[in-house]
Design a protein around this ligand. Structure first.
Ligand code: UTP
Ligand code: MN
Length: 537
């Protein structure tokens, strides 16, 4: 064993000397009384690092532990991280007096005590002498690096601790995305997705060795959470004014990061401030602000089904024989979503052309004598032309289907009723009429006591694809977003192919690869087929 450099210093190297006793410094002078005077703790900076040591020491003091800044006479517990018993003893030898305190403990004793709120019983495994042994026994996971090579179900096998880490990484991803740092955002999303895909709960950092997509930053966050139950960085981010304001403002339909940032620069942090500011809002943003609460309340599966029935009725009325498929999160089996997405096609190529304006007209003319099903809609035409656009350029992930971004006016459950749904599935013209008529009578505001509206606003996306592109559109619109991104990355990096929601192009063969099902596309890409319910990366 190589002896450590002998240092004749008392201080652990924090540069903070002459301040003995529990400094109790929690940052702003809010001293917490010592609750456990029999345990005098000292955290060794070696391998732990100064900032982590400071963070952990403060955490302890806040909970009433006596954590000493300096290695003074009265210290009873020396706590270290990633040090062997020999290493710590060598360090102790180097200290003036060379005295050995009662306990040489691993950081696990400290973090467990933090969690318990009192010094926990010292077990065999906490004692430093006994460390190192269990590392080899730890389960080490082996998972493929692209999310599209993995099966990610909605509920994964993780413990609460891993869920927390996953959420923490997702929050950092969100923060990066809201700060226009998409690269960092994706890195955190990939890391969170790896945790989601693990077959067993994570209990220690050694298990994460060799896993893909876990960079230094993500590992640090996971470590903090596994050990301390929280990450300082995540907690700070969550509480930051900027993050909170960005979330509130981008929560308005029609408001992106750029707009939100501009408003924040103009001291607009809340909806009230936005309203007071007299900013000019476009039509989408006006609708977004008006229906803010509804649109920020998750859409349930039942509501998605009800909207599906309305969309089906609309599409069937204007183009009998068309096919409607729910896409996005609900196709992956999610129980709630931020919107409902539908893909419409017709088995005869070309019959779908011009469908959207007709569907929109139908929707606008229904619901009640006064108002239609749509509170807002913006339709874009199909601008994709294979001959003109060529193989999907990797930079252009925006697809160019005929598409309708809308806000639906969904009648409340009691006005929808179950009978209507039953009759609708039979889809006879009479029933279809009675459905619309039913809503006309029941759905009006006048049916409700004043102040209570009989409907709720829901975001709905409609996409129309020609049948020849249907499989690509279906795959591209089922998500998750990370799964899609990973599919395109796999195609480009591993297969020299370009994948979009319109087509798959093989750069080596210089030709398009056709497909009529998702299974065929996975096969073209040399991937095992992953069903929608397992694309929840
Ligand atoms: P959503 O944003 O609706 O996500 O996009 P989601 O998975 O349904 O989750 P919720 O709605 O937040 O619950 C659905 C899919 O459509 C693709 C995305 O890649 C995602 O996989 N999409 C979305 C596009 O291809 N282009 C777009 O402009 C928008
Ligand atoms: Mn969706």
């Amino acid at each position: 064993m190589v002896p450590l450099k002998r240092r004749k210093v008392v201080s652990p190297g924090t540069g903070n000397t002459g301040d003995s006793g529990n400094t109790g410094s929690t940052g702003s002078g809010d001293k917490v009384p010592i609750k456990f005077p029999q345990s005098v703790l000292f955290l060794l900076e070696r391998k732990m690092g100064a900032s982590r040591r400071a963070f952990l020491s403060q955490l302890g003091r806040k909970k009433g532990f006596q954590v000493e800044e300096l290695f003074i006479e009265s210290v009873t517990h020396v706590i270290s991280e990633n040090n062997s018993g020999d290493e710590v003893r060598t360090w102790l030898d180097s200290q003036v007096g060379g005295r050995a305190p009662a306990h040489l403990l691993d950081i696990s004793w400290y973090t467990e005590s933090m969690r318990a709120g009192h010094p926990v019983e010292i077990l065999h495994r906490h004692k430093l002498q006994e460390q190192q042994v269990n590392e080899a026994e730890a389960v080490v996971f082996n998972i493929p690096s692209y999310a599209c090579q993995r099966r990610t179900a909605l509920d994964n096998h993780n413990t609460v601790l891993t869920f927390v880490s996953q959420d923490a990484l997702s929050l950092l991803a969100e923060n990066a995305e809201l700060s226009d740092e998409d690269g960092r955002g994706v890195a955190f999303r990939r890391a969170a997705a790896v945790l989601k895909a693990l077959p067993e709960p994570v209990t220690g950092m050694t298990q994460l060795r060799g896993l893909p997509c876990l960079g230094g930053h993500s590992l640090r966050v996971i470590k903090d959470i596994l050990e301390d139950g929280a990450s300082g960085e995540v907690e700070l981010t969550k509480e930051s004014e900027r993050f909170k304001a960005l979330k509130v403002l981008t929560g308005i339909f029609g408001v992106g990061v750029k707009t939100a940032e501009r408003w924040i620069r103009e001291q607009i942090h809340s909806l009230q401030q936005l309203q007071d500011s007299g900013q000019t809002l476009n039509r989408a943003q006006q609708a977004g602000l008006e229906h803010y609460d509804d649109l920020n309340q998750p859409v349930t599966k039942a509501e998605a089904d009800a909207i599906g029935e309305i969309v089906r009725e609309a599409v069937m009325s204007v183009l009998p024989g068309a096919q409607i498929t729910v896409i996005g999160g609900f196709r992956r089996g999610k129980l709630t979503g931020h919107d409902v997405d539908f893909l419409v096609t017709h088995p005869e190529e070309g019959r779908e052309v011009g469908l959207m304006p007709k569907v929109v007209s139908w929707l606008e003319s229904q619901f009640s004598a006064l108002q239609g099903f749509l509170l807002y809609q913006k339709t874009t035409r199909n601008s994709y032309l294979e001959s003109k656009d060529g193989p999907a350029r990797p930079a252009s992930n925006m697809d160019r289907f005929e598409r309708c971004f809308s806000i639906f006016k969904l009648p409340e459950e009691e006005t929808r009723g179950t009978k209507q749904t039953e009759t609708l599935t039979e889809n006879t013209p009479e029933d279809t009429c009675s459905l619309a008529a039913n809503w006309q009578v029941k759905g009006g505001e006048q049916m409700k006591p004043a102040g209570h509206k009989a409907w709720r606003a829901v975001r709905v996306d409609l996409v129309v694809s020609p049948i020849s592109q249907f499989a690509f559109a279906l795959l591209g619109w089922t998500g998750s977003k990370l799964f899609e991104r990973e599919l395109r990355r796999w195609a480009g990096h591993e297969k020299a192919m370009s994948l979009s929601s319109h087509a798959l192009y093989d750069n080596k063969q210089s030709r398009y690869l056709r497909a009529t099902s998702e299974e065929e596309i996975f096969a073209h890409l040399g991937l095992d087929y992953i069903p929608p319910s397992e694309r929840n990366a």
